[in-house]
Design a protein around this ligand. Sequence first.
Ligand code: AFD
Ligand code: MN
Ligand code: MN
Length: 451
Amino acid sequence: MSSEEFGAGGRNTFGLLSSPYSHPVMLSEEQLRDLNYPLLAEHGRQLDFLASTLHQRGLDVHAVVLRLAEFQVAIPSWALGTGGTRFGRFPAGGEPRTLAEKIQDVGLLNQLNGSSNSISLHIPWDIPTDVAGLQQLLREQGLTIDSVNSNTFQDQRDQPHSYKFGSLSATDPAIRAQAVQHNLDCIGYGQQLGARVHTVWLADGSNFPGQSHLRRAYLRTQESLATIYEALPSDWTMLVEYKPYEPNFYSMVIPDWGTSYTLCQSLGKQAQVLVDLGHHLPNTNIEQIVGRLRQLGRLGGFHFNGSGYGDDDLTTGSAKPFQLFLIFNELVDASQDASLPAAQVAYMIDASHNTKDPLEDLLQSVDNILVAYAKALLVDRAALHEAQEANDVVRAEEVLRDAFLTDVRPLVAEGYRQAGGALRPVQALRTAGIRQQLIEQRGKCSLSTGL
Ligand code: AFD
Ligand code: MN
Ligand code: MN
């Protein structure tokens, strides 16, 4: 075990946990009950009212709540601390300093909402040095590691070759070999902690016309990915992310879902496309891309975030809740289509928190995701289908509006409650004084590893 993975409190000073890490800030069942108690009567009234309204529309509220309580969104280890821009960073204080503390923070989020029981890791920021201790911590917190993400967009200290001109697409075979090896290492670390998903996002591309041979860059990338894919364990999925621009501004090697899709097709069944909501040009119809990929059997996962312009990495659903609803509408519709095989979709957040407390921001993102999902579950599919077949444009839109304009928050709150969480997670986090406790334990200027 490295000292780096110890929290400030040292070895289990409270004697409550058997794991070798500092005592995590956690809420007791009693505390959660107390936090919910003053809200229960009003919650009951709102839920009853909504249940009777939905019952008249032929909907089974219990089934909807159950789906919401079961729904899980993975939390990115790199979003637990304050992010920054290239202009500055304004730390919240009490940020996790180690992988163990990141796991503890996700444990806290999951206690509050019961909907965040897994973590996405980024290598090399999250290389596990004490596998047995971390496994034990994950078990104690009821969490799993869902995915590992490779990082060939930065040079690491002591790295022999630079990625300045690309990694998996680089012209120099030695650079490609180094980048491939890094991806294989990621899979190895993921296996140690029980992950099943490997995500590749490539910053590769060019800034100027003529800098890179566009077709050859694609072919070299394809070959590198194939070498990684060959080493992928048979029960793993490899997700290939796309992004239209940034950090390269003339061309990206994987700029769009079509490129990701063709790469996945050439790799094999375990390769799937990852849709990051911030990786589209403004006004792209993302829900249609989601529908297409689902239809083609290549929708592997999401990186949820909010975006107005580009890779803004804001709170999911903050600026475009209707878009998020339409995306879930496609997902629910496809899940009810008997002609489509079931899909294993990994739901993950990929965000960066510059303005808000990262924990509050993540709770809001999950909440907005659940609200969008709940609304999509309320859509009268038969009526929508009928209206579409009859080309009744107004009726079709009204069906969607009926669902979207329903205030489903009592359903989401009930899902939290049934999962053992707080009726209002953000409020509970504040009332319980979590950030203050984290600052006391970790200090005002703790620095997260990662972005
Ligand atoms: C990038 C991508 C990708 C990557 C992350 C790194 O969205 O998912 O892992 O940011 O922080 O923009
Ligand atoms: Mn992403
Ligand atoms: Mn991104």
